[in-house]
Write a protein that binds this ligand. Structure first.
Ligand code: GDP
Ligand code: IMO
Ligand code: MG
Length: 433
């Protein structure tokens, strides 16, 4: 089947390399759509040694022909967007003509970030380890029907009234509940009123625009943020982000029914990482974990925090597949595992006296699991930058086959380095590249 619409989602705890793959595939993509999350995301794009990190702007933007959409499911900080637009402007010609924002996005305000930080501090040891960007509080306000929407920017009176009411509530919580400094409502209103001027020309009905592009036969890529194990419903709750991170969010947060998506690809690392707190059954708190972290340069693209590292966990990826019906996977960072004598894959969990290979990934369940490993031989050759499958070491191929078999999903792409060109494409995407 010819693929015209493609979804890219994180298959683990985020930072799998989604940005690199979206950027790669965007060379022959007409539009890229973000549909959930906010500037908690950090997607790294590397080409010819030039590194660009995007948080809100869809990762296809470096390609001058790509139209970029921020869907209604994104919680949008206009302050962060403005800064990001300035920082990528030199790499992305005609940015403001190519970037469009849904009129129905919920705005993320400085008081959301203040609340996020105050809540995290008050939790002490139980802190989630959020990115402190205000993501949770912004989604709370959206669901509680008191959020400020992008279309509210178009009416000064409505904007003023809503900001006053919302900031009153936020400031009550900040000072009375958390003993934290208040946020000046006048400053927030001034900023938003000023922002209305530069945002208004970018406001659109994303559902209609993207539907039309699909009707016209254009190629559309949906760019997920975070990963399935950080999903608010299916992840390691409460150690999750506050949005749905799987393919269902394309419909709710992009306005495009999932039935219009031809191919769903999960991006998964050849091992596992996570940032922030929460259970992580295959975590390695030893030299091996440190070696993976160093070789993989595992520091957060948004907060710079060190990422926790561990072996590949086939149980959680299989669960992610059950929830999202992946058509294929892209396995990234294979090169990071070069030079290990043996490599472990978690095939099942031991939970007290029983062996299990499928369960809800909430924190209670995963917190009780002990990984059961299969150990397979590693390889000594360097795979960094390999572009042909045939050139991979025999044991690397075996390792990839084991992952595909254990997860029950074919491999669409193998990534062997951070650069666009460090990529091996399989047949499934032959028409796209
Ligand atoms: P995302 O959030 O899923 O887009 O991933 P991040 O950008 O936060 O983190 C992935 C990191 O790995 C970035 O620094 C990428 O440049 C880098 N990266 C992506 N693919 C590969 C790969 O195949 N090998 C290596 N060594 N680095 C990679
Ligand atoms: P990308 O798109 C990795 C994690 C945070 C924290 C939890 C909740 O780059 O893969 P939040 O600020 O969302 O309320 O934090 O989720 N987290 C991510 N981890 N990659 C991300 O995005 C993440 N976005 C949020 O570290 O544990
Ligand atoms: Mg990231």
């Amino acid at each position: 089947m010819t693929i015209q619409t493609l979804a890219i989602v994180g298959g683990q705890w985020g930072d799998e390399g989604k940005g690199k793959i979206v950027d790669c595939l965007s060379a022959r993509t007409d539009a890229v759509v973000r549909f959930q999350g906010g500037h908690n995301a950090g997607h790294t794009l590397v080409s010819d040694n030039r590194k660009v990190v995007v948080h809100l702007i869809p990762a296809g933007i470096l390609h001058q022909h790509v139209r970029a959409f921020i869907g209604n499911g994104v919680v949008l900080s206009l302050d962060a967007l403005q800064k990001e637009m300035s920082s990528v402007a030199e790499h992305a010609r005609d940015l403001s003509e190519r970037l469009r924002i849904s009129e129905d996005c919920t705005l993320l305000l400085p008081s959301h970030a203040a609340l996020d930080q105050a809540r995290e501090s008050s939790k002490g040891k139980r802190a989630i380890g959020t990115t402190s960007r205000g993501i949770g509080p912004a989604y709370e306000d959206k669901i509680a029907r008191r959020g400020i929407k992008v279309h509210d920017l178009l009416n000064a009176n409505i904007l003023s009234e809503k900001v006053t009411v919302l900031l009153d509530y936020h400031n009550f919580l900040l000072s009375e509940r958390y003993g934290a400094p208040q946020v000046d409502a006048g400053d927030v209103l001034d900023f938003l009123s000023g922002a209305a001027e530069w945002v208004t020309p970018m406001i659109t009905d994303v559902s209609s625009d993207v539907s039309k592009l699909i009707d016209e036969g254009k190629r559309v890529l949906f760019e997920g943020a975070q990963g399935v194990l950080l999903d608010i419903d299916h992840g390691t709750y409460p150690y999750v982000t506050s949005s749905n991170t799987g393919t269902g969010a394309i419909a709710t947060g992009g306005g495009i029914p999932v039935s219009r998506v031809n191919h769903v690809m999960a991006i998964i690392k050849a091992y596992t990482t996570r940032v922030g707190a929460g259970p992580f059954p295959t975590e390695l708190n030893d030299e091996t974990g440190q070696r993976i972290a160093e070789r993989g340069a595992e520091f957060g693209a948004t907060t710079g925090r060190p990422r926790r590292c561990g072996w590949f966990d086939a149980v959680t990826v299989r669960r992610a597949h059950q929830l999202n019906d992946f058509d294929g996977v892209c396995i990234t960072k294979l090169d990071v595992l070069d030079g290990f004598d043996t490599i472990k894959i978690c095939t099942d969990y031991r939970v007290r006296d029983t062996v299990s290979n499928n369960m809800s990934c909430n924190a209670k369940n995963l917190g009780e699991c002990e990984p059961i490993y299969e150990e397979i031989p590693g390889w000594n050759e360097s795979t960094l930058g390999t572009t042909r499958y045939a050139d991979l070491p025999r044991n690397a191929k075996k390792y990839l086959d084991s992952i595909a078999e254990l997860c029950g999903v074919p491999i669409d792409i193998i990534s062997t380095g951070p650069e666009r060109k460090h990529t091996i494409f399989n047949e499934a995407l032959a028409n796209w590249i």
